[in-house]
Design a protein around this ligand. Structure first.
Ligand code: F6P
Length: 504
């Protein structure tokens, strides 16, 4: 018997909501990174004695659990070699390109897979240790797809949810993966598996049928219960399949993620942020049209395609730097992965060429900013931008599109949105484009530039209503509701998020 504290609600994600920052000089410190997920889950964490398990963002450092802004933080250490093989390798050089429709070629290395299994086991062990009896554990994203099954084996009493933040690819692509069966088995350890789009859930169900031969009925997957399964007695949703065997049901469906829309709205209403937006316009020379791109510097975002379209419009003389300027914020990302290094070189070469060819002393064609910015500055940029360019070649959701819409308290601005971003399922009043169709993209840019104010407002009002209604709180509530129902099915557990924490 140990006296370690356990929790009734656990979030497991690769990164913690805090980063350990080790400056070149001076003391290391913890920096809160308040992403949308943290904002959505914070109230639930506080109300339910919750803990967050994840990596602190620095290699080879071990930390005891601690409290940050009312949330218990349980750091999982990653060594330099784990980062190379599990994070940069299998997660971001195998799964990331594979799950994004092989835009870049995925690499399949056995030592990366071994590290992925080992690190997933470490996260699972940490979650098993921190969970109270019957706790709800919510595992996030492609870095941790083996955790649900590992956790179910260790702790059959838990209610396990998994949410995939990125796309799940069609079977013809997914089937390339040498470890395709193990990943499916890993995910099926969950009671509820969430995807961004209906199409992702469909792709997953098909992979389950092809690789495991299990029956699926809409969002329900029937997983046969093995006779020697250690947790057989505690399985929820146990029913008899049409073939007569006992099965456990898993719910796999879409839960499109969103943002804290009210927070963006509130920030965009602040006079100092509106003043900053005016200043940005002034600093850019008060052009007629400001176009904006905001992305992690990632090959899935279609930054090169939008630059090509913009450069051609300048070359064709259909727009001029006197009237139109493009601001491209490209925040640094995964810089040790070779494909990302190459992408940076390509993008910066293209920006340099376009600027060299078309900028004048007084007008720059493209303001390229290779930095991350505080949220206040982003909202000011959104307010300053007449046209927002989201040209992803494949994207689970794309929250930038939603942030732009939520920030436009003036009901103005035009969103150009790729149909390959999950957000396009909801944001139908955007100008939807196929980023591979450069002529179509150029036409959409021109249409956005000359769109009458009435049409801009009409579209933006509908978009805003959608984003403000379907916000991140609604997303997490929907997922947790499905998870809670799954716990209730035939289990004495009451609402898993309403328990007091216990000693174990
Ligand atoms: O959306 C996928 C994702 O991996 C998120 O989990 C993460 O916040 C973002 O991309 C940035 O990735 P990384 O953690 O590799 O910097």
């Amino acid at each position: 018997m140990t006296t370690e504290r356990t929790y009734d609600f656990i979030v497991v994600s690769n990164r913690l909501p805090v980063d350990r920052v080790v400056p070149a000089t001076g003391e290391a410190f913890w920096q809160h990174s308040p992403g949308g997920l943290v904002t959505a889950l914070e109230p639930v964490m506080r109300a339910s004695a919750g803990a967050w398990i994840g990596w602190a963002g620095q290699p080879d450092l071990e930390f005891e659990p601690f409290e940050s802004d009312g949330i218990k933080i349980v750091p999982v250490p990653l060594s330099t070699s784990d980062i190379e093989n599990y994070y940069e390798g299998f997660s971001n050089d195998t799964l990331w390109p594979l799950y994004h429709d092989v835009i870049a070629p995925p690499k399949y290395r056995r030592e990366w897979w071994d590290a992925y299994v080992e690190v997933n086991q470490r996260f699972s062990d940490a979650a098993a240790k921190a969970s109270a009896h019957g706790a709800a554990v919510w595992v996030h994203d492609y870095q941790l797809q083996l955790v649900p099954q590992m956790l179910r084996e260790a702790r059959p009493d838990l209610v396990i949810g998994f949410f995939n933040h990125i796309p799940f690819p069609p079977y013809g692509i997914y089937s390339q993966l040498p470890w395709r069966r193990q990943i499916i088995e890993g995910l099926l350890g969950a009671d509820v598996i969430g995807f961004q789009r209906l199409a992702d859930a469909g792709n997953f169900a098909r992979a389950v049928r092809r690789l495991k031969g299990y029956d699926t009925r809409g969002p329900i997957i029937e997983v046969p219960i093995e006779v020697d399964d250690p947790g057989a007695g505690s399985h929820r949703h146990v029913t008899r399949s049409r073939h007569g065997g006992l099965v456990r049901t898993v719910l796999a469906m879409q839960f499109p993620i969103s943002i804290d829309a009210r927070m963006y709205e509130e920030m965009a209403s602040r006079p100092e942020i509106q003043e900053r937006a005016r200043q940005i316009r002034k600093d850019l020379g008060n052009p007629k049209t400001i176009m904006l791109g905001v992305d992690r510097l990632d090959y899935t975002k279609g930054i090169g395609h939008r630059l090509e379209a913009f450069g051609e419009l300048l070359a064709d003389g259909r727009i001029s730097v006197d009237d139109v300027t493009l601001v491209q914020v490209a925040s640094p990302s995964r810089e040790r992965v070779e494909t990302y290094r190459q992408l940076r070189d390509e993008i910066e070469l293209t920006v340099g060429r376009i600027n060299g060819d078309y900028s004048s002393i007084s007008h720059t064609a493209i303001s390229y900013l290779h930095h991350g910015y505080p949220r206040e500055e982003m909202v000011a940029l959104y307010l300053a931008a007449d046209v927002m360019l989201v040209t992803a070649l494949r994207d689970g959701m794309n929250l930038v599109a939603k942030e732009y819409v939520a920030s436009r308290v003036d009901d103005d601005g035009v969103l150009i949105l790729s149909e390959f971003a999950g957000a396009s399922d909801e944001l139908r009043q955007a100008l939807l484009i196929n980023p591979h169709d450069i002529e179509g993209l150029k036409d959409a840019m021109l249409r956005a530039i000359s769109m009458p104010k009435r049409e801009r407002s009409r579209r933006m009002r509908v978009l805003r209503k959608r984003v403000l209604t379907n916000d991140v709180a609604r997303w997490s509530a929907a997922f947790l509701d499905a998870l809670t129902r799954s716990a209730h099915a035939d289990h004495p557990l009451q609402h898993p998020l309403g328990h007091e924490s216990r000693e174990r």
